[in-house]
Design a protein around this ligand. Structure first.
Ligand SMILES: [Zn+2]
Length: 245
């Protein structure tokens, strides 16, 4: 694979990085990353993944842009109200980086379609705000051995954990029973911004095969105290999802 002069210039500042180089850029260009949900987490994660040059980016979201999204879902503007999020996000990201291919899927991920949607992906980025879909993604990623970068936000707090199937705990190991769903929960817009940037960083490291991943640890970010906590988490040998790996 040959890069054009424009691509080499676009990615120059990361190609200069140790352990990155043109080879790292080539890995990004041939990678396929799924951003499952382009809300507060997914918009910012996708923005950085597109900027970094992930060759095939897939955005899945069935929602349309609402006014109450705009305090945190940074790919959308007031002119986008009522438009499908995945489509608008894909357009924005294409204008940021026309060198990559972006696929927008306006569907809700569920147990029936999830395995087909994630097939062939190198990484799945969790941009969900509901447990049902997150469990479906977790379970399908375990079966297909696809790394899954989980994140969640609530009020002033964000959480992050990278799931490497068979190498550390999965989401079901940590949260075996779904808590009650809470629609319209409070969230400070910068919190998903912070956490999703870390998600994109993990996704890039996974594709490049560099650094230490956030596996077996849950990161808890408390924006009010401006503190990051690391909680060690372990696999549940009885886990219905990953227990047999
Ligand atoms: Zn598990």
């Amino acid at each position: 694979m040959v890069f054009t002069e424009r691509e080499l210039e676009r990615y120059d500042r990361q190609i200069r990085l140790p352990n990155f180089g043109v080879e790292g850029q080539r890995k990004l260009k041939t990678a396929k990353v799924l951003v499952a949900g382009v809300g507060g987490l997914g918009t910012a994660a996708a923005l950085y993944l597109a900027a970094a040059g992930v060759g095939r980016l897939m955005l899945v979201d069935k929602e349309v842009v609402e006014l109450s999204n705009l305090n945190r879902q940074i790919l959308y503007t007031t002119n986008d109200l009522g438009k499908p999020k995945a489509k608008v996000a894909a357009e924005r990201l294409s204008s940021l980086n026309p060198e990559i291919s972006i696929e927008a899927l306006m569907v809700e991920i569920n147990e029936e379609n999830v395995s087909e949607i994630i097939k062939g992906c190198n990484v799945v980025v969790d941009g969900q705000d509901n447990y049902k879909t997150r469990y479906a993604l977790n379970d399908a990623c375990i079966i297909q051995r696809i790394p899954f970068v989980h994140a969640s936000v609530h009020a002033y707090e964000g959480r992050l954990m990278t799931i490497l199937p068979g190498k550390g705990p999965c989401y079901r190991c940590i949260v075996p029973v779904p808590p009650p769903e809470e629609g319209g929960f409070p969230v400070l817009g910068t919190v998903p911004g912070t956490i999703s940037t870390l998600q994109a960083t993990e996704a890039i490291k996974i594709v490049l095969g560099i650094g230490k991943l956030y596996v077996g640890r849950m990161l808890i970010y408390d924006a009010l105290e401006m503190m990051f906590y690391e909680v060690k988490v372990e696999r549940n040998p009885e886990c219905p999802s990953c227990g047999l790996l």
